[in-house]
Design a binder for this molecule. Structure first.
Ligand code: C2E
Ligand code: CA
Ligand code: CA
Length: 509
């Protein structure tokens, strides 16, 4: 280098060309390296920044800026460890908005999002500064709050404040939305495990179970977690999966209850009542499984299968015998219900005039317009429609007058009153006159003894059913009954040797 410099300055002779080139190359390389180093540095910085942003986004719920389901657990573990070190406890307050789906369905998702944001803001305003708030997904939030374990009332008070605040009307683009919430609370008191993310997740799960209890007890309320709730939930989950499997395996079968013309004492038909022949629990009644089937969305499928079996069973009875089936309010919400039913009737070649659909009064509250058009189209096809459990569902008289039912069935709770003497009898009298006023024939359900039967018979013109005539029985026992009274369909009567033999076993339910 010094040689080269003195040569350039003219002090020495011309430098070696090779040496000059090597030097220039070196300088170029250094410049190039420096440039590359600089651009790599900026690139790395950018990458680090975007990674940080991604991590932040992964931890934050983008709609509400709260923690999300994944990030709340480790954050809660930290808070729990800190609380425990100070002899304090952690409460998880789990919130689920009631009927949020309706808000979305009626007002659109943008409004739904606005309600969620507002809810999280209102909760954030009320929660103490060191509390954590997460949106676990959908309309579910969890707050983690440190508190003094000897004062659980403070947490309950806080939860009540949250419920109150969120219940205040929310205005979104001129629409006023009122929403309630169900709340479950779980506490870290009695926890023996060290505070880690898994423990946090388990606390959230317990609060969730308590929240589910709040929903079940009518929503818009709060519950503390109790261990018994966990067992109940496990049982409920087993029931749910048992029902799903049972439908696939054909474990739901129709039983039949006789319906009698009280004046002549003649058998006029049967009401189909579903039974679950559960491999684990034996014969289970519909009061247990129908509400669950409704809730988990399988009642229509179950009912269709039962009806198909019932159509085939009833085809073996004398054709003047009718078949009544109960239809869940959930099925009534399906605008295609009448079409589906008619298709089934056609497939099984079952005459619509022999079918009677029973709808409970509570189904009328959902959407009277839809129910009315459904009743009309069923009746146009020749299917009869009865109002079941009459007197229990608060249907208004004007509603009843506007709905073209073929028959009303007085609920068995009123018939039971007949045992109490005059007062009960007056009530049934009044209901019967109302039916007469509406020009609808009447069936009395729940006739359990001769005394009640006699009283009803005197009232005149009624049909009836009840344990007095026997318990609901399976299809083969019905066939034996009909065989004995000569009421099988024509071909069955001639070939009575084709009758299945009654199965031995406890069938009374
Ligand atoms: P429901 O329609 O009111 O049916 C009559 C219920 O009263 C039946 O109970 C029957 O066993 C019972 N019962 C009949 N006679 C007497 C009596 O003299 N005394 C007393 N105490 N009870 C009597 P079950 O079979 O347990 O059915 C309960 C309810 O489940 C039915 O009430 C009906 O609403 C519903 N259900 C039954 N099968 C189905 C179905 O396939 N689909 C739907 N959606 N609901 C069904
Ligand atoms: Ca019924
Ligand atoms: Ca009934």
């Amino acid at each position: 280098m010094p040689k080269l410099v003195s040569a350039w300055r003219g002090l020495t002779e011309q430098p070696d060309v090779l040496l000059t080139n090597a030097l220039l190359l070196n300088i170029a390389l250094i410049l190039l390296g420096w440039n590359r180093y600089k651009s790599m540095n900026t690139e790395l910085g950018e990458r680090r920044r975007s990674e940080e942003e991604a991590r932040r986004l992964a931890q934050i719920d983008p709609l509400t800026d709260c923690y999300n389901r994944r990030s709340i657990a480790p954050a809660m573990a930290e808070l729990l460890a800190e609380a425990e070190s100070q002899g304090r406890a952690l409460a998880v307050i789990l919130v689920d908005l009631d009927n949020f789906k309706q808000v979305n369905d009626l007002n659109g998702h943008n409004t739904g999002d606005a309600v969620l944001t507002e809810t999280s803001e209102r909760m954030g305003d009320i929660l103490p500064a060191d509390a954590l708030l997460a949106r676990l997904g959908g309309d579910e939030f969890a707050a983690a709050v440190v508190y003094d374990p000897v004062m659980p009332g403070k947490i309950e008070h806080l939860a009540s404040l949250l419920i109150e605040r969120v219940a205040q009307p929310i205005v979104v683009k001129d629409t006023v939305i009122e929403i309630t919430m169900s709340v479950g609370i779980a506490s870290s008191v009695n926890l023996v495990e060290p505070a880690d993310a898994e423990v946090s997740t388990r606390l959230i799960h317990k609060a969730d179970i308590a929240m589910y209890q709040a929903k079940k007890q009518g929503k818009n309320r709060l519950f503390w977690f109790e261990p018994a709730m966990e067992q109940e939930l496990r049982f409920r989950n087993e029931l749910e999966s048992g029902i799903r499997k049972g439908i696939a395996k054909g474990e739901f079968v129709p039983f039949y209850e006789q319906q009698i013309d009280l004046e002549t004492g003649e058998l006029v038909g049967f009401e189909m009542l579903a039974r679950w022949l559960s491999p684990d629990m034996g014969i289970v009644g519909p009061d247990i499984f129908i509400p669950i089937a409704e809730e988990i969305g399988v009642v229509a499928e179950m009912s269709e299968k039962l009806m198909q079996q019932a159509f085939e069973d009833a085809k073996r009875w004398n054709p003047r015998l009718t078949l009544s089936v109960n239809i869940s309010p959930v099925q009534m919400r399906d605008p295609w219900f009448a079409q589906k039913l008619l298709k089934l009737l056609l497939q099984h070649n079952f005459p619509p005039s022999r079918l009677d659909i029973e709808i409970t009064e509570s189904a009328l509250h959902d959407n009277v317009g839809l129910v009315r058009s459904m009743i009309t189209s069923l009746r146009n096809q020749g299917v009869k429609v009865s109002l079941d459990d009459f007197g229990t569902g608060y249907a208004s008289l004007s509603q009843l007058r506007s709905l073209p039912f073929d028959r009303i069935k007085i609920d068995r709770s009123f018939i039971r009153e007949l045992n109490t003497g005059e007062e009960g009898s007056n009530l049934v009298d009044a209901i019967i006159s109302m039916g007469n006023g509406l020009k609808m024939p009447i069936t009395a359900e729940g006739i359990e003894n001769e005394v009640v039967l006699e009283m009803l018979r005197k009232m005149g013109g009624l049909k009836g059913q009840g344990y007095h005539y026997g318990r609901p029985e399976p299809a083969d026992e019905v066939l034996t009954r009909l065989h004995n009274s000569g009421l099988l369909s024509g071909s069955e009567t001639r070939t009575s040797d084709r009758l299945p033999r009654p199965i031995v076993g406890n069938r009374a339910v």
